[in-house]
Write a protein that binds this ligand. Structure first.
Ligand code: G16
Length: 545
């Protein structure tokens, strides 16, 4: 097929490493950066084909390994509305990445084009960006070869956060339509979210300084640009862990994943009672808050706490707005603290559902709700207003100034959040706006409910693909009998809960446990991790308290 005429020649420059299998997982491809050159080239080809399958809509490609170690890298595709790649195409990604020869690459492309009935005369349009990782430039060059091989109209956004790239894709594809999302530029991004924030907090008391741990990643320069754009006392920040130049610092002893997993402050931050802190991860799509209480103890406000804060605020606005049948719901994963779920159901009286780990799964569940709040406990999430909610807001006829104000606030909130994907910067503005409007400190936010003690552990095993799960990843179906062992361990502890699942982003198995006391929780977590290690091919050090 002539459309693929240049592919073999270009592909020869990016041979696939022998004896390596790639898989498009929770967040795209993710592994050691140096092994990904052929994959990036091929993702370029696939992005072009995906654009043609969408009649030339713009497709995004983000080169990042987010919270992972600096030596890792990864890539994911972004669909036209800024959402994650449609699931049915994930297997095409895996297929093309694993083609053993250049000719096989062409065969896979040809087969996809036929199966999807793609018009190859359409000019593909693709935009791409990367985070600050050292392997980024080389991988970007491989991607550019893939795009060139299919004559794509390709534009680089340079080094930006993952959610910024999602935003640009949505803006480009909605430009000049009734659902235009914004200006597809960095300045447009800061303007849209920044102005919505200022509209929400106008006239309220100014907050104290917010210390931001940027994980030595791309979030550091980007959040500073936001501050420069806003120039507002409502956005009074100091950025720490902002060294994106020195090798070996990204995500090390800092960042949202470190803070959430270790339940302690990052390096470079000593906590003063009364002060306010938050951490982004390496590509700024996750955020967690924290503070020291009056005894100096570390207190974490993770994705569950953000979800409950946001859901409470939205529920109250919706109630004041007095719009019939406008409902707020919450989507969580198995990692959600049991007490957060009880709080949502029993105190807030809001519906909540569970989805598998991975924002794409939560996003789809949230789309079914009028106003869907979704957050993973690790701080990855956002809010979605579905078309029915938007039309209810448009048709609302407020009878009182309070109703009119609540409706206006709901519009402003919608403008403040990145509806394409979880976004640390826009989520931070959201949390800040709600806290400013309520006049709350972090301790007042934290007081809504107490987390059950929880622990997240990693176990390295010989082959994590033998781990299979069901029931929103809360139950193992393989290896055989391991779930029975987990069940018998859980049964020993009051309010005990534990599950085991293979990571989609790291070569490890994750073990989550919670229980009524810290001691019980840790015992449960380590005994489950030990059982995984002993019975399912543990490698390296056995997990031990
Ligand atoms: C990615 C996904 C998240 C997921 C996380 C951990 O985050 O986007 O939805 O929670 O990986 O996944 P796993 O436990 O399967 O490794 P990020 O921030 O690394 O892109």
């Amino acid at each position: 097929m002539t459309s693929f005429g240049k592919v073999v020649e270009y592909s020869a420059k990016h041979p696939k490493p022998a004896n390596t299998t790639f898989s498009y997982g929770t967040a795209g491809f993710r592994t050691i950066g140096d092994t990904l050159e052929s994959t990036l080239f091929r993702v370029g080809l696939l992005a072009a084909l995906r654009s043609q399958s969408k009649q030339g809509k713009v497709i995004g490609v983000m080169i990042t390994a987010s919270h992972n170690h600096e030596r890792d890298n990864g890539v994911k595709l972004v669909d036209p509305m800024g959402e994650m790649l449609q699931q049915s195409w994930e297997s095409y990604c895996t297929q093309i990445a694993n083609a053993e020869t250049d000719d096989e690459v062409v065969q896979v492309l040809t087969s996809i084009a036929q199966t999807e009935n793609i018009d190859l005369s359409i000019t593909p349009r693709v935009v791409y960006a990367r985070d600050t990782r050292p392997s980024g430039p080389l991988l970007q060059a491989a991607l550019e070869d893939g795009l060139a091989a299919l004559n794509a109209n390709a534009t680089s956004y340079g080094v930006v956060t993952t959610p910024q790239l999602h935003y640009f894709v949505r803006c480009l594809n909605t430009a000049d339509t009734p659902v235009a999302y914004g200006e597809p530029t960095e300045a447009g991004y800061y303007e849209k979210y920044g102005q919505a924030f200022l509209r929400l907090v106008d006239g309220r008391s100014q907050p104290s300084k917010l210390y931001i741990d940027a994980a030595n990643g791309v979030g550091a320069p980007q959040v500073r640009k936001l501050a420069d754009t806003l120039k507002s006392p409502y956005f009074n920040i100091e950025v720490r862990n902002s060294d994106t130049e020195t090798l070996g610092k990204l995500n090390i002893d800092c960042g949202a994943d470190y803070v959430k997993s270790n339940q302690r402050q990052p390096a470079g931050m000593s906590l003063e009672p009364g002060s306010r802190y938050c951490s982004f991860d390496g590509d700024a799509d996750r955020i967690v808050y924290y503070y020291a209480d009056e005894n100096g103890s570390f207190r974490l406000l993770d994705g569950d706490k953000i979800a409950t804060l946001v859901a409470t605020y939205l529920r109250d606005l919706v109630s004041t707005a007095n719009i019939d049948d406008l409902e707020v719901g919450v989507v969580q994963t198995a990692y959600a603290n049991g007490n957060s779920t009880s709080y949502i159901k029993d105190t807030l009286k809001l519906p909540t559902v569970f989805a598998k780990t991975g924002v794409k799964h939560l996003h789809h569940e949230a789309e079914r709700m009028n106003i869907g709040v979704y957050f993973e406990a690790n701080g990855h999430g956002t809010i979605l207003f579905n078309p029915s909610a938007v039309s209810k807001l448009q048709n609302a006829t407020p009878q009182t100034p309070a109703e009119a104000d609540a409706i206006q606030r709901l519009w402003n909130l919608r403008d403040l959040i990145n509806e394409s994907v979880g976004d640390a910067i826009s989520d931070m503005l959201l949390v800040e706006a709600i806290l400013i409007c309520k006049g709350w400190s972090l301790a007042q936010w934290d007081a809504a409910y107490n987390d059950l003690p929880s622990r997240l552990l990693k176990v390295v095993v010989n082959d994590r693909t033998i781990f299979k799960t069901t029931n929103a990843e809360q139950t193992l179906t393989s290896p055989p009998e391991l779930q029975d062992v987990v069940n018998s361990l859980v049964a020993k502890y009051p309010r005990g809960r534990s599950f085991v699942r293979p990571s989609g982003t790291e070569d490890a198995v994750r073990v989550y446990a919670e229980a009524a006391t810290r001691t019980d929780c840790d015992q449960l977590a380590y005994s489950v991790a030990g059982a995984v290690f002993d019975r399912a091919g543990g490698r390296g050090e056995r997990p031990d308290e």
